[in-house]
Design a protein around this ligand. Structure first.
Ligand SMILES: Cc1ncc(COP(=O)(O)O)c(C=O)c1O
Length: 450
């Protein structure tokens, strides 16, 4: 069948949608700063950082290339399976230094899903070493996305992504996320309510059957749910009280997206495990990692104990060298300071869109990670299935392409538009993003409100 994508199957896409009579397939072949260019030379502002990855933007290819060439000439590859190589050792040291104490150990992977699965396996082995092999269950949150490999998929709280694939690999209870919109409870009262639900689930399941509580500091799916005050310290307290490990999935929020190296630092709790990927290399190479606290790691160092997990390419020297250069660029270019300097301005700009358009019912997020929720009237009524189909899969993709804007529209939860600009974006880029959003939202308002 002749289709626009040729022989490539597109991920999480309607593969039959593209072609002469269908949607235009965006094929990108160049990047610069916060911009990407298609094969026809059109310039787009990448307000999504290539799916939350391109923290430092696209202009460091030459520097990264030099590091990559040097590493490939010196040692193209070696594993971390009982041997090691300098870039991975150095990177582990750097990450241990950046992570909050007592997180001092690092297990490398090739991406986010692998990191989430590795965290689960480390947690399981920790409990077995501790004489608690019965801790086989997890608590995760509704609508949260933690990846697609079968273990990570079990933790993911999006039924539509799971049902096709049979029984989940990990028995998981999904609890309410921290969505504040339309919620009569706010702030500390909301945190208390959510924590009470989690405690109730722990007690129902049996506290000594739960291995892990996993949550993103700011939940992506559903649209940038920031935790209410006290929520993360409350998770920490519940985990400690019931002997459960706390896993912060920072695949999106890590590496500056929320104005800290790790977002948990902003929300006042130190987890036992942090998973990262995407921003670790700013996507100049594919890499992930699990950052592990001393408590979890120490039992693995006892005599004759083997860590029962390994990934051939985990910690690949090329990727490790690029990650090290990425961290150097972060510091040299003041990338995290840039996020903090522009966060309030970005929020204020987005609020103007809410003021201007009825179809924008809520603006929420933190750092350089924001969502607008679509509604159909002043009473914040949700869009129905037909309206979501028309808006999110009909109008928006083409309108964004025409506006030369890359952003995300999604309805795994309620209908949202999301942005996560490269962390090097300045006022001019942020103005441009918001102006393009304004253009697109005018059409959305006409479509939904008539
Ligand atoms: C929070 C979170 N965890 C895990 C993953 C899975 O990462 P990957 O697509 O690299 O496997 C993602 C991907 O977006 C994510 O957002």
């Amino acid at each position: 069948m002749a289709v626009a994508q040729g022989s490539a199957l597109l991920h999480f896409s309607r593969n039959g949608a593209f072609g002469p009579d269908g949607a235009e397939l965006l094929v990108l072949d160049r990047g610069e700063g916060a911009y990407v260019f298609d094969t026809n030379g059109n310039r787009y502002v990448d307000a999504l950082s290539s799916l939350y990855c391109a923290q430092i933007g696209y202009s460091f290819g030459e520097e990264m290339g030099a590091v990559a060439a040097q590493q490939l000439q010196q040692l193209a590859f070696n594993t971390l399976w009982g041997t090691a190589h300098p870039p991975a050792l150095e990177l582990a040291e750097r990450l241990a230094g950046l992570a909050p104490d007592p997180i001092n150990k690092v297990f490398f992977t090739s991406g986010g899903s692998e990191s989430v699965e590795a965290a689960w396996k480390l947690a399981r082995q920790y409990h077995v070493f501790n004489g608690e092999p019965q801790r086989l269950k997890a608590i995760a949150r509704k609508t949260a996305y933690h990846g697609v490999t079968l273990g990570a998929l079990a933790l993911t709280g999006v039924p539509a992504y799971k049902d096709v694939f049979g029984p989940p690999a990990i028995e998981t209870r999904h609890v309410a996320n921290t969505n504040p919109f339309r919620n009569p409870l706010q702030g500390e009262a909301l945190a208390a309510h959510l924590l009470a639900e989690i405690e109730q689930v722990i007690l129902e399941e049996g506290p000594d059957t739960i291995a892990v509580i996993v949550a993103e500091p700011v939940q992506n799916a559903g649209g940038c749910f920031v935790p209410p005050p006290g929520y993360w310290p409350g998770l920490r307290e519940l985990a400690d009280r019931y002997g459960i490990l706390l896993h912060a999935d920072e695949v999106i929020t890590g590496f500056g997206r929320i104005g800290e190296w790790f977002a948990v630092e902003r929300y006042g709790a130190t987890p036992d495990l942090i998973t990262v990927a995407k921003g670790l290399t700013s996507a100049y190479a594919p890499m992930g990692a699990v950052l592990v606290s001393d408590k979890v790691a120490d039992p693995f160092y006892e005599e004759k104990r083997t860590l029962l997990h390994g990934i051939t390419f985990g910690g690949h020297p090329l990727c490790a060298a690029i990650a090290l250069k990425n961290l150097e660029i972060f510091e040299r270019e003041g990338v995290i300071d840039n996020v903090n300097a522009h966060e309030a301005g970005l929020e204020a700009r987005l609020q103007t869109l809410k003021d201007e358009f009825t179809v924008v019912g809520d603006v929420r997020g933190a750092g350089f990670f924001w969502a607008l929720e679509f509604v159909k009237d002043e009473a914040s009524t949700r869009l129905d299935a037909d309206e979501r189909e028309q808006l999110l899969r009909g109008y928006m993709p083409q309108a964004m392409l025409e506006a030369r804007l890359i952003a995300r529209v999604d309805d795994r939860g309620d209908a949202v538009m999301q942005i996560a600009p490269p962390l090097i974006s300045d006022d001019q880029v942020l103005d441009e993003i918001v102006e393009k959003m304004r253009t697109v939202l005018r059409g959305a308002e006409d479509l939904i409100l008539g």
